[in-house]
Design a protein around this ligand. Structure first.
Ligand code: PMP
Length: 397
Protein backbone atom coordinates (compact mmCIF):
# COMPACT_ATOMS: atom_id res chain seq x y z
CA UNK A 1 0.00 0.00 0.00
CA UNK A 2 1.46 3.37 -0.95
CA UNK A 3 1.12 6.49 1.13
CA UNK A 4 -1.55 7.82 -1.20
CA UNK A 5 -3.81 4.79 -0.61
CA UNK A 6 -4.25 5.62 3.03
CA UNK A 7 -7.48 7.49 3.73
CA UNK A 8 -6.83 10.97 5.03
CA UNK A 9 -7.99 11.38 8.60
CA UNK A 10 -7.92 14.93 9.90
CA UNK A 11 -8.61 13.65 13.39
CA UNK A 12 -5.15 12.08 13.59
CA UNK A 13 -3.68 15.55 13.48
CA UNK A 14 -5.45 16.85 16.55
CA UNK A 15 -3.33 16.81 19.69
CA UNK A 16 -4.53 14.19 22.16
CA UNK A 17 -5.51 16.43 25.11
CA UNK A 18 -7.71 18.53 22.87
CA UNK A 19 -9.14 15.62 20.90
CA UNK A 20 -10.12 13.85 24.10
CA UNK A 21 -11.64 16.91 25.73
CA UNK A 22 -15.43 16.73 26.03
CA UNK A 23 -17.42 19.70 24.77
CA UNK A 24 -18.73 21.98 27.51
CA UNK A 25 -21.81 20.39 29.10
CA UNK A 26 -23.43 23.81 29.28
CA UNK A 27 -23.16 24.54 25.57
CA UNK A 28 -24.35 21.06 24.70
CA UNK A 29 -27.42 21.61 26.83
CA UNK A 30 -28.10 25.01 25.33
CA UNK A 31 -28.16 23.61 21.85
CA UNK A 32 -31.44 22.05 22.99
CA UNK A 33 -32.80 25.50 23.89
CA UNK A 34 -31.55 27.32 20.81
CA UNK A 35 -34.29 28.58 18.54
CA UNK A 36 -37.10 28.15 21.10
CA UNK A 37 -38.86 31.37 22.06
CA UNK A 38 -41.16 29.92 24.72
CA UNK A 39 -38.39 29.03 27.16
CA UNK A 40 -37.68 30.85 30.43
CA UNK A 41 -33.95 30.59 30.78
CA UNK A 42 -32.27 30.31 34.15
CA UNK A 43 -29.40 28.95 32.17
CA UNK A 44 -26.60 31.11 30.88
CA UNK A 45 -24.48 32.66 33.60
CA UNK A 46 -24.39 36.30 32.69
CA UNK A 47 -25.90 39.51 34.01
CA UNK A 48 -29.24 40.54 32.52
CA UNK A 49 -28.24 44.19 32.85
CA UNK A 50 -26.82 46.19 30.00
CA UNK A 51 -23.43 47.71 30.82
CA UNK A 52 -23.87 51.02 32.72
CA UNK A 53 -24.38 53.90 30.31
CA UNK A 54 -21.31 55.94 31.24
CA UNK A 55 -19.18 52.86 30.55
CA UNK A 56 -20.75 52.34 27.14
CA UNK A 57 -20.38 56.02 26.43
CA UNK A 58 -16.68 55.92 27.21
CA UNK A 59 -16.31 53.11 24.65
CA UNK A 60 -18.19 55.20 22.10
CA UNK A 61 -16.05 58.21 22.93
CA UNK A 62 -12.88 56.15 22.65
CA UNK A 63 -13.83 55.28 19.07
CA UNK A 64 -14.95 58.82 18.28
CA UNK A 65 -11.62 60.13 19.47
CA UNK A 66 -9.89 57.72 17.13
CA UNK A 67 -8.32 55.51 19.77
CA UNK A 68 -7.90 52.53 17.51
CA UNK A 69 -4.33 51.42 18.14
CA UNK A 70 -2.68 48.63 20.11
CA UNK A 71 -1.96 49.44 23.74
CA UNK A 72 1.14 48.30 25.56
CA UNK A 73 1.11 44.52 25.85
CA UNK A 74 0.28 44.57 29.53
CA UNK A 75 -2.62 47.00 29.02
CA UNK A 76 -3.10 50.75 29.39
CA UNK A 77 -0.90 52.03 32.24
CA UNK A 78 -3.84 54.12 33.49
CA UNK A 79 -6.05 51.02 33.68
CA UNK A 80 -3.40 48.95 35.45
CA UNK A 81 -2.89 51.74 37.94
CA UNK A 82 -6.64 51.94 38.58
CA UNK A 83 -6.87 48.15 38.97
CA UNK A 84 -4.06 48.07 41.54
CA UNK A 85 -5.62 50.95 43.48
CA UNK A 86 -8.96 49.14 43.43
CA UNK A 87 -7.40 45.91 44.71
CA UNK A 88 -5.59 47.78 47.45
CA UNK A 89 -8.73 49.58 48.54
CA UNK A 90 -11.22 46.73 48.45
CA UNK A 91 -9.11 43.54 48.72
CA UNK A 92 -6.23 44.68 50.89
CA UNK A 93 -3.63 43.41 48.41
CA UNK A 94 -0.85 45.61 47.11
CA UNK A 95 0.37 45.05 43.54
CA UNK A 96 2.75 47.11 41.46
CA UNK A 97 0.94 48.25 38.28
CA UNK A 98 4.15 48.20 36.24
CA UNK A 99 5.33 44.68 37.02
CA UNK A 100 2.55 42.72 38.73
CA UNK A 101 -0.61 43.47 36.74
CA UNK A 102 -1.67 42.32 33.29
CA UNK A 103 -4.89 43.16 31.44
CA UNK A 104 -6.31 40.10 29.67
CA UNK A 105 -9.17 39.01 27.43
CA UNK A 106 -11.42 38.17 30.34
CA UNK A 107 -10.56 35.92 33.25
CA UNK A 108 -10.69 33.17 30.63
CA UNK A 109 -7.39 34.28 29.12
CA UNK A 110 -5.83 34.92 32.52
CA UNK A 111 -6.64 31.37 33.59
CA UNK A 112 -5.18 29.97 30.38
CA UNK A 113 -1.97 32.00 30.85
CA UNK A 114 -1.57 30.78 34.40
CA UNK A 115 -1.95 27.14 33.38
CA UNK A 116 0.39 27.43 30.44
CA UNK A 117 3.01 29.22 32.50
CA UNK A 118 2.96 26.87 35.48
CA UNK A 119 1.83 23.37 34.56
CA UNK A 120 4.34 20.80 33.40
CA UNK A 121 3.03 17.49 32.04
CA UNK A 122 1.88 15.39 34.99
CA UNK A 123 1.69 18.23 37.51
CA UNK A 124 -1.38 17.94 39.70
CA UNK A 125 -3.80 20.82 39.96
CA UNK A 126 -6.31 20.53 42.78
CA UNK A 127 -9.49 22.40 42.00
CA UNK A 128 -12.60 22.82 44.11
CA UNK A 129 -15.66 21.46 42.34
CA UNK A 130 -18.53 21.71 41.30
CA UNK A 131 -16.87 24.48 39.32
CA UNK A 132 -16.73 26.68 36.26
CA UNK A 133 -16.51 24.32 33.27
CA UNK A 134 -13.14 25.65 32.07
CA UNK A 135 -11.07 24.61 35.07
CA UNK A 136 -10.42 20.91 34.42
CA UNK A 137 -10.33 21.57 30.66
CA UNK A 138 -7.61 24.19 31.07
CA UNK A 139 -5.54 21.83 33.22
CA UNK A 140 -5.87 19.04 30.66
CA UNK A 141 -4.91 21.30 27.77
CA UNK A 142 -1.74 22.19 29.68
CA UNK A 143 -1.15 18.41 30.05
CA UNK A 144 -1.62 18.58 33.78
CA UNK A 145 -3.69 16.29 35.97
CA UNK A 146 -6.88 17.84 37.35
CA UNK A 147 -7.57 16.61 40.89
CA UNK A 148 -11.13 17.34 42.03
CA UNK A 149 -11.65 18.61 45.56
CA UNK A 150 -15.36 17.98 45.93
CA UNK A 151 -17.36 20.46 47.98
CA UNK A 152 -20.70 19.40 49.40
CA UNK A 153 -23.85 20.97 50.76
CA UNK A 154 -22.88 19.66 54.21
CA UNK A 155 -20.18 22.37 54.13
CA UNK A 156 -22.42 24.80 52.21
CA UNK A 157 -20.10 24.07 49.25
CA UNK A 158 -17.13 25.70 50.94
CA UNK A 159 -13.77 23.94 50.82
CA UNK A 160 -13.17 21.45 53.60
CA UNK A 161 -9.49 21.79 54.65
CA UNK A 162 -9.28 18.15 55.82
CA UNK A 163 -10.42 16.95 52.42
CA UNK A 164 -7.81 19.18 50.81
CA UNK A 165 -5.03 17.71 52.96
CA UNK A 166 -5.98 14.19 51.83
CA UNK A 167 -5.49 15.07 48.16
CA UNK A 168 -1.98 16.46 48.41
CA UNK A 169 0.80 14.36 46.86
CA UNK A 170 4.41 15.15 45.88
CA UNK A 171 3.05 16.07 42.44
CA UNK A 172 0.57 18.67 43.73
CA UNK A 173 1.54 22.07 42.38
CA UNK A 174 -1.49 24.33 42.21
CA UNK A 175 -4.68 24.86 44.15
CA UNK A 176 -7.40 26.54 42.11
CA UNK A 177 -10.20 28.24 44.02
CA UNK A 178 -13.26 30.26 43.05
CA UNK A 179 -15.23 32.06 45.74
CA UNK A 180 -17.94 33.25 45.38
CA UNK A 181 -18.42 30.11 43.35
CA UNK A 182 -19.96 29.36 39.98
CA UNK A 183 -22.18 27.23 40.13
CA UNK A 184 -22.93 26.96 43.86
CA UNK A 185 -22.86 30.60 44.98
CA UNK A 186 -20.73 29.48 47.94
CA UNK A 187 -18.35 31.79 49.74
CA UNK A 188 -15.51 30.33 51.81
CA UNK A 189 -15.38 31.93 55.25
CA UNK A 190 -12.29 33.79 56.40
CA UNK A 191 -11.28 31.14 58.92
CA UNK A 192 -11.50 28.40 56.31
CA UNK A 193 -9.48 30.46 53.87
CA UNK A 194 -6.80 31.04 56.49
CA UNK A 195 -6.56 27.31 57.07
CA UNK A 196 -6.31 26.69 53.34
CA UNK A 197 -3.59 29.33 53.06
CA UNK A 198 -1.65 27.55 55.79
CA UNK A 199 -1.96 24.24 53.93
CA UNK A 200 -0.74 25.93 50.73
CA UNK A 201 2.29 27.33 52.53
CA UNK A 202 3.13 24.06 54.28
CA UNK A 203 2.90 22.12 51.03
CA UNK A 204 4.49 24.72 48.78
CA UNK A 205 1.44 25.12 46.54
CA UNK A 206 0.68 28.00 44.22
CA UNK A 207 -2.88 29.25 44.71
CA UNK A 208 -4.88 30.53 41.76
CA UNK A 209 -7.86 32.44 43.07
CA UNK A 210 -10.63 33.37 40.63
CA UNK A 211 -12.49 36.21 42.32
CA UNK A 212 -14.63 37.24 39.37
CA UNK A 213 -17.81 37.31 41.50
CA UNK A 214 -16.25 38.98 44.53
CA UNK A 215 -18.31 42.19 44.46
CA UNK A 216 -21.50 40.14 44.42
CA UNK A 217 -21.78 38.99 48.03
CA UNK A 218 -24.91 39.32 50.13
CA UNK A 219 -26.23 39.99 53.62
CA UNK A 220 -23.44 40.27 56.17
CA UNK A 221 -21.00 38.31 54.02
CA UNK A 222 -17.74 40.15 53.38
CA UNK A 223 -15.47 39.01 50.61
CA UNK A 224 -11.93 38.22 51.73
CA UNK A 225 -9.12 37.44 49.31
CA UNK A 226 -6.74 34.62 50.17
CA UNK A 227 -4.02 36.79 48.57
CA UNK A 228 -4.33 39.23 51.47
CA UNK A 229 -3.08 36.82 54.15
CA UNK A 230 0.52 36.93 55.38
CA UNK A 231 2.84 34.88 53.20
CA UNK A 232 0.23 34.43 50.46
CA UNK A 233 0.82 37.24 47.98
CA UNK A 234 4.07 35.65 46.84
CA UNK A 235 2.37 32.34 46.01
CA UNK A 236 -1.01 33.59 44.77
CA UNK A 237 -2.26 34.36 41.29
CA UNK A 238 -5.22 36.68 41.61
CA UNK A 239 -7.76 36.66 38.75
CA UNK A 240 -10.54 39.15 38.36
CA UNK A 241 -12.44 40.97 35.65
CA UNK A 242 -15.29 43.19 34.61
CA UNK A 243 -17.73 40.66 33.14
CA UNK A 244 -19.94 39.98 36.12
CA UNK A 245 -20.07 42.85 38.62
CA UNK A 246 -20.00 45.55 35.94
CA UNK A 247 -22.17 43.61 33.47
CA UNK A 248 -19.45 43.77 30.83
CA UNK A 249 -19.22 40.19 29.49
CA UNK A 250 -19.09 41.38 25.88
CA UNK A 251 -16.19 43.76 26.50
CA UNK A 252 -13.93 40.80 27.33
CA UNK A 253 -11.71 42.47 29.89
CA UNK A 254 -10.13 40.71 32.84
CA UNK A 255 -6.83 40.94 34.67
CA UNK A 256 -4.28 38.94 36.56
CA UNK A 257 -2.09 40.16 39.39
CA UNK A 258 0.76 38.11 40.81
CA UNK A 259 4.44 38.23 41.75
CA UNK A 260 6.76 39.52 39.04
CA UNK A 261 8.57 36.25 38.28
CA UNK A 262 5.32 34.44 37.47
CA UNK A 263 3.98 37.54 35.72
CA UNK A 264 7.03 37.65 33.44
CA UNK A 265 6.23 34.11 32.30
CA UNK A 266 2.55 34.81 31.69
CA UNK A 267 3.39 38.09 30.01
CA UNK A 268 5.49 36.29 27.39
CA UNK A 269 2.60 33.99 26.46
CA UNK A 270 0.17 36.91 26.37
CA UNK A 271 2.58 38.99 24.28
CA UNK A 272 3.02 36.32 21.63
CA UNK A 273 -0.49 34.89 21.61
CA UNK A 274 -2.69 37.94 22.19
CA UNK A 275 -0.62 41.15 21.92
CA UNK A 276 -3.03 43.18 24.03
CA UNK A 277 -6.68 43.51 24.97
CA UNK A 278 -8.70 45.85 22.71
CA UNK A 279 -8.20 49.53 23.52
CA UNK A 280 -11.93 50.38 23.30
CA UNK A 281 -12.78 47.85 25.96
CA UNK A 282 -9.83 48.84 28.14
CA UNK A 283 -10.94 52.46 28.16
CA UNK A 284 -14.46 51.38 29.06
CA UNK A 285 -13.07 49.24 31.89
CA UNK A 286 -11.19 52.24 33.25
CA UNK A 287 -14.42 54.21 33.31
CA UNK A 288 -16.13 51.31 35.12
CA UNK A 289 -13.54 51.38 37.88
CA UNK A 290 -13.63 55.13 38.19
CA UNK A 291 -17.33 55.91 37.88
CA UNK A 292 -19.59 52.84 37.92
CA UNK A 293 -19.41 51.67 41.51
CA UNK A 294 -22.86 53.10 42.25
CA UNK A 295 -24.40 51.22 39.32
CA UNK A 296 -22.57 48.07 40.37
CA UNK A 297 -24.03 48.26 43.87
CA UNK A 298 -27.54 48.80 42.47
CA UNK A 299 -27.13 45.68 40.33
CA UNK A 300 -25.84 43.75 43.34
CA UNK A 301 -28.87 44.74 45.41
CA UNK A 302 -31.14 43.65 42.62
CA UNK A 303 -29.45 40.20 42.49
CA UNK A 304 -29.83 39.98 46.26
CA UNK A 305 -33.61 40.52 45.99
CA UNK A 306 -33.88 37.95 43.24
CA UNK A 307 -31.73 35.47 45.17
CA UNK A 308 -34.18 35.66 48.05
CA UNK A 309 -37.13 35.09 45.73
CA UNK A 310 -35.59 32.12 43.94
CA UNK A 311 -34.32 30.34 47.06
CA UNK A 312 -37.68 30.77 48.79
CA UNK A 313 -39.46 29.50 45.68
CA UNK A 314 -37.20 26.49 45.18
CA UNK A 315 -37.63 25.45 48.80
CA UNK A 316 -41.37 25.97 48.51
CA UNK A 317 -41.30 23.68 45.48
CA UNK A 318 -39.85 20.97 47.73
CA UNK A 319 -36.19 21.24 46.70
CA UNK A 320 -33.50 21.65 49.32
CA UNK A 321 -31.30 24.60 48.53
CA UNK A 322 -28.30 25.96 50.38
CA UNK A 323 -28.56 29.74 50.68
CA UNK A 324 -25.99 31.07 48.18
CA UNK A 325 -23.92 33.86 49.72
CA UNK A 326 -22.61 35.29 46.47
CA UNK A 327 -22.59 35.31 42.63
CA UNK A 328 -25.98 34.92 40.91
CA UNK A 329 -26.63 31.20 41.04
CA UNK A 330 -28.78 28.92 43.16
CA UNK A 331 -27.81 25.25 43.26
CA UNK A 332 -30.82 23.26 44.47
CA UNK A 333 -30.67 19.55 45.20
CA UNK A 334 -32.98 17.51 42.95
CA UNK A 335 -32.27 14.08 44.45
CA UNK A 336 -35.80 13.88 45.90
CA UNK A 337 -37.14 13.45 42.38
CA UNK A 338 -35.07 10.31 41.80
CA UNK A 339 -33.86 11.77 38.51
CA UNK A 340 -30.31 12.49 37.44
CA UNK A 341 -29.57 16.16 37.05
CA UNK A 342 -29.62 15.73 33.29
CA UNK A 343 -32.98 13.97 33.33
CA UNK A 344 -34.32 16.72 35.56
CA UNK A 345 -33.06 19.53 33.33
CA UNK A 346 -34.23 17.86 30.12
CA UNK A 347 -37.63 16.99 31.63
CA UNK A 348 -38.11 20.53 32.97
CA UNK A 349 -37.29 21.94 29.57
CA UNK A 350 -39.53 19.51 27.71
CA UNK A 351 -42.53 19.65 30.05
CA UNK A 352 -42.37 23.18 31.47
CA UNK A 353 -40.13 25.12 29.08
CA UNK A 354 -37.74 26.21 31.83
CA UNK A 355 -34.00 25.91 31.24
CA UNK A 356 -31.59 25.16 34.08
CA UNK A 357 -28.17 23.54 33.77
CA UNK A 358 -27.58 19.97 35.00
CA UNK A 359 -25.17 20.00 37.93
CA UNK A 360 -23.20 17.21 36.30
CA UNK A 361 -21.96 19.76 33.73
CA UNK A 362 -19.93 21.36 36.53
CA UNK A 363 -17.85 18.29 37.25
CA UNK A 364 -17.54 15.95 40.24
CA UNK A 365 -19.94 16.84 43.04
CA UNK A 366 -22.49 18.36 40.65
CA UNK A 367 -24.67 15.30 40.10
CA UNK A 368 -27.93 15.53 42.04
CA UNK A 369 -28.15 19.32 41.65
CA UNK A 370 -29.05 21.86 38.98
CA UNK A 371 -27.81 25.40 38.53
CA UNK A 372 -30.44 28.12 38.28
CA UNK A 373 -29.06 31.52 37.34
CA UNK A 374 -31.23 34.28 38.80
CA UNK A 375 -29.77 37.11 36.74
CA UNK A 376 -33.05 37.24 34.87
CA UNK A 377 -36.22 39.35 35.17
CA UNK A 378 -38.11 38.93 38.44
CA UNK A 379 -41.45 38.09 36.79
CA UNK A 380 -39.71 35.42 34.72
CA UNK A 381 -38.16 33.95 37.86
CA UNK A 382 -41.56 33.86 39.57
CA UNK A 383 -43.17 32.16 36.58
CA UNK A 384 -40.27 29.69 36.35
CA UNK A 385 -40.74 28.85 40.03
CA UNK A 386 -44.44 28.04 39.48
CA UNK A 387 -43.46 25.72 36.69
CA UNK A 388 -40.66 24.09 38.69
CA UNK A 389 -43.10 23.49 41.53
CA UNK A 390 -45.56 21.78 39.19
CA UNK A 391 -42.77 19.70 37.68
CA UNK A 392 -41.37 18.60 41.05
CA UNK A 393 -44.87 17.76 42.36
CA UNK A 394 -45.47 15.57 39.34
CA UNK A 395 -42.17 13.73 39.67
CA UNK A 396 -41.48 13.47 43.38
CA UNK A 397 -41.20 9.96 44.64
N1 PMP B 1 -14.48 32.35 36.07
C1 PMP B 1 -15.72 32.02 36.44
C2 PMP B 1 -15.93 31.38 37.76
C3 PMP B 1 -16.80 32.27 35.59
O1 PMP B 1 -18.04 31.93 35.96
C4 PMP B 1 -16.56 32.85 34.32
C5 PMP B 1 -17.67 33.13 33.33
N2 PMP B 1 -18.77 32.37 33.40
C6 PMP B 1 -15.24 33.16 33.98
C7 PMP B 1 -14.23 32.91 34.89
C8 PMP B 1 -14.87 33.78 32.66
O2 PMP B 1 -15.15 35.11 32.66
P1 PMP B 1 -14.60 36.16 31.60
O3 PMP B 1 -15.82 36.73 30.94
O4 PMP B 1 -13.88 37.19 32.41
O5 PMP B 1 -13.70 35.45 30.67
Amino acid sequence: MSMTDKAFSAEEFIVAPVRDLPKSGIREFFDLVAGRTDVISLGVGEPDFTTPWNVRESAIYSLEAGHTSYTSNAGLPSLRKAICEYLYKYYNVNYDPASECLVTIGVSEALDLAMRALVNPGDEVIYSTPCFVSYPAEVLMARGVPVPLVTTDADEFSVNPDNLRKLITPKSKILLLNFPCNPTGAVAGEETLREIAQIAIENNLIVITDEIYSELVYDDCKHVSIASFPGMKERTIFLHGFSKAFAMTGFRIGYVCCPKVIMDAMYKIHQYAIMCAPITAQEAALEALKNARKDMLIMRDSYWERRNIIVRGLRDAGLECVMPKGAFYAFPCIKSTGMTSREFAEGLLREESVAVVPGSAFGPGGEGYVRACYATAEDQIIEALHRIKAFVARHSK
